[in-house]
Write a protein that binds this ligand. Sequence first.
Ligand code: 26Q
Length: 814
Amino acid sequence: PVAAPPSTVDGFVREFLLNLNSGRGVTLSNASATDKYFALAHTVRDYLMARWLEDLRRQREVQDKGVAYLSAEYLLGRQLDNNLLASGLSEIAEEALAACGIDLDVLRQQEVEPGLGNGGLGRLAACFIDSLATMGVPNVGYGIRYEYGIFRQTFVDGQQAEQPDAWLSLGSPWEFAHPEGAQTIAFGGHTETYDDEGVPRSRWIPAWNVQAVPYNYMVPGYQNGRVNTLRLWSAVATNSFDLRVFNSGDYEEAVRAQTYAENISKVLYPEDSTPQGKELRLQQQYFFVAASIRDVFDVMLPADFELTNLPERIIFQLNDTHPVIAVPEFMRVLVDEKKMDWDAAWAVTQQCFAYTCHTLLPEALEVWPVELLGRLLPRHLEIIYRINEDFLVAVREKFGDDEMRIRDMSIIGEHPVRSVRMAYLATVAGAKVNGVAELHSQLLRDKVLPDFNEFYPGKFINVTNGVTPRRFVRLSNPSLSGLITDALGTGWVTDLERLRELEAYAEDPEFRTQFAEVKAANKRLLSDVLRERDGFEVSDGHMLDVMVKRLHEYKRQMLKVLHIVTTYEGIISGRVAVGDVQPRTFIFGAKAAPGYVMAKRIIHLINAVGSVVNNDPRVEGKLKVLFPPNYNVTLAERVIPAADLSEQISLAGKEASGTGNMKFALNGALTIGTDDGANVEIRELVGDDNFFLFGMSEPEVESLWAKGYKPSSFYNADSGLRRSLDLIAAGAFSGGDRSMFEPIVSNLLYDDRFMVLADYSAYIGAQAKVDAAYADQDAWTRSAILNVARCGYFSSDRSMRDYIERIWHTAPSF
Ligand code: 26Q
């Protein structure tokens, strides 16, 4: 392979100018910011290339076991800084560019982040592949190269509007297209049985197909010379011969067919809680997993590989149910194409897959109508039926002919229409099934899949999520990183438990002062970003109270709104002494699924409350509400290091884990939160004194439901709640219009599925404690340091070690 350019300022300058001249066709003096950004990105690539080519070669040669991470989403965030850091080139690049009269920071801003995910699940996948590369574990991340990522959010009169995210409009300097490596992916048609030398077999006669073109992305480990690969598939229509199969042959129809095929990777579905059962979504899922499985056979395994040994070479990790159609596809390849005996193929399959569940909400569990699945993938439906038959025979053997139980456990559900339950298929096929936080995994075992847990003892395990300290501490918070490195040296970046050593520093007044200065500096940086981006002003000396995550009723942004309205009403009515309230800026970031009407109403209300509060002189300098549009990874990297208070206020038992909660704690924000998801583990680690816990526990939620929840009784019992809801209902935030937010108010009063009103008073009480605690700045800072010191556990390196030891049984290699 090629040698990397010399790692010197001069070497970097030469490579950069070469890329600018030969790659962009411009000179330094007439280069645009885009030109310079592309030339810089290409320069960084050049440094990583030799290692990458070497690792790709070894991937074929070495007989180690590899992880194929199958995920419909990768929420990568910007690549430039990450790749500079990984390659150890940050300082050299900065100096080299300065020598050319260029400010690196200006070029950083040019990058459009690839938003190929909705939120937590997609970001988790990005953290995991970063950790695997950093740990030197053989891994390919497989996914979809959506032409349009998560929509860009704007506000029009306070209401969300969605714009397409044309992230590829200028091209991406980080991707490598390999059209020569395209796979043909078939759909539709029918199956037939035939006689294969006396063995009756089924085969699939598809009706149409598309090409899956791979695009490779470098996934560099942190300063370890390792570069793994992310391989995303893009759909391209096949040649006219194949198109003729799909249509009757006329030109217009052929063009239409082409568009149809290329639609498959056109756009990311922006729903993340209520899958709609759309045909195109199933096409996306099959498209990328079928291409990925073929890729594994092509690039990882020799042609004569003994298939029964597959579990020693490969494990497919299913990121939720989205890639579960890989299970029948793998069986189809083994049985129909490789002519393996069914039982042998099934034994292999059950060792080659593992499934991660990311939810507890019943409405979020994916099901595919049999009618749809059979039309698109007729052979796969047959295979699923066969898997189910065998499974139910085994269930009868173990549990007896308990028809109720058989119906409950069947992979095929009957109501409201006959459908395939993808989570059940994943559970039956997976060697292991894991939840993403202790509480979540427990509830998965006890509440969601108890029959399966009884049937498969030991199959259900927990692996608590984590986040990469490279992106979310080292890169996003350079000031804090500098402070930590001054105290501990650099090792913490790949060994986050070493943050423990900061505990002693929490008792050092000097260190506390420095830590407080870092926080203040991060607030000023955020202030600059928000001024530039949105024209917002962040006042000095305010507590930054932040709630950033997808907009969902279960996450309860409404509870936050009620706290703001209560505080506002308290001050303007004179009921609350202004001196008892700490000056606060509330920051929201949240996208709502475009079809989620209630979520969009809540966004509208947040903006409406903001515009009243921010324009009322009676609370000037005291309260401010900021809702920058289009929250994404790039903004998260600015907001999180500046935060004082992290809002993690979901209804207990609903948030599988949360990962934002970890990022905040690692950046020295204190959490106000319920006993939910990974909050439980955060609180256990940081200690009760450094965490504001409130609200019902999951068992308390259950028992309130069981005895009959009446939200109006909480309304009647709490005057603060009454005044706040009444104020919203009276049109105080809608120019007197009583109808605008009426659906929100009545939903809370008469339905309130997520028990906002039940937890209101506890939340207000906890916020009063926050105010009191914040009044003692030095004590607050001490708590913040302890949060950082005690949250090293939440590194995604640790999550990856857990997967490796308990699920994958792989080892670092090379
Ligand atoms: C499924 C079918 C059709 C269309 C869309 C979807 C879909 C897409 C995305 C369903 C769900 C998602 C995303 C879910 C998600 O992000 N879950 C979060 O995962 C995090 C990582 O484990 C957890 O920390 C969060 O608690 C969980 O909400």
